[in-house]
Write a protein that binds this ligand. Structure first.
Ligand code: ADP
Ligand code: MG
Length: 247
């Protein structure tokens, strides 16, 4: 079953065509690694999925519901409901600095007001345990390491029970010794069958955890396939050149 279907997605900034007719699907339980050089449109692609960017043409469907169909967006309340099926984790964490870890987790579901505070608290404690930060519930983001902050950002995204998690270079802002703890949390989610799209430079993670790799260059998906195929036997010259530089 497709969680995300993208067809002929186009996005420009002024004269600059950043995404040129992109088409791909993400199925339930897929872990899709998106790789490619800086400026190739990876972030713009993820941001378009959650409507942080307005696209200029094409369609995006989330679990069978149209977010945008041939360039025409659904009604604002529909767009809000459909994008809320997706959770996003950013390179720079984007935690609320004036809130504690626990408050960071609990604020988004509280704003939606669909659940009791008890249910929300129960889930935040469970998730803090899961990311190994049960003892830091009352800490403020400024007093956490980068790796801890990113684990909190992942837990916060999970608080909304998303159908899919999108990661935009989740370890790129971290000191090398802190990337492992974040990748471990992501790997555990993959093992629990979480559907994910991960923009990453971590080729080891892509190879080990992803079941599909998409190589983007200059606003296009140049090549995609299973990591065992794409990493060992890339077909396109641009993919080969990129992998030679990255591995
Ligand atoms: P990547 O994430 O692969 O590095 P981006 O999606 O960030 O690539 O950027 C793709 C291209 O779009 C780049 O040329 C970038 O300069 C341009 N771009 C991204 N965001 C904007 C924006 N808000 N306004 C103008 N150009 C942008
Ligand atoms: Mg980017």
């Amino acid at each position: 079953m497709a969680i995300i279907e993208v067809s002929n997605l186009k996005k420009s900034f002024g004269q600059l065509d950043v995404l040129k007719q992109i088409t791909f699907n993400v199925n339930k339980n897929d872990v899709v690694a998106v790789i490619g050089p800086s400026g190739s449109g990876k972030s713009t692609m993820l941001r378009s999925l959650v409507h942080l960017e307005e696209i200029n043409g094409g369609s995006i469907t989330v679990s069978g519901e149209p977010l945008v169909k041939e360039g025409v967006y659904s009604k604002p309340q529909e767009v809000k409901r459909i994008t809320s099926k997706m959770g996003m984790v950013f390179q720079h964490f984007n935690l609320f600095p004036h809130l504690t870890v626990k408050e960071n987790l609990e604020l988004p579901p509280r704003l939606v007001k669909k659940e009791s505070p008890e249910d929300i608290q129960k889930r935040s404690s469970e998730l803090l345990g899961k990311i190994g930060l049960a003892d830091r519930a009352s800490a403020y983001p400024a007093n956490l390491s980068g790796g801890q902050k990113q684990r909190v950002a992942i837990a916060r995204a999970l608080m909304m029970n998303p159908e899919i998690l999108l990661f935009d270079e989740p370890t790129s802002a971290l000191d090398p010794e802190l990337t492992g703890e974040v990748l471990e949390v992501m790997k555990a989610l993959a093992e629990e069958q979480m559907t994910m799209i991960v923009v990453t430079h971590e080729m080891g993670f892509a190879r080990e955890v992803a079941n599909k790799v998409m190589f983007m260059d200059n606003g296009e998906i140049i090549e995609s396939g299973h990591p065992s195929e794409l990493f060992t036997n890339p077909k396109n010259e641009r993919t080969k050149a990129f992998l030679t530089r990255s591995l």
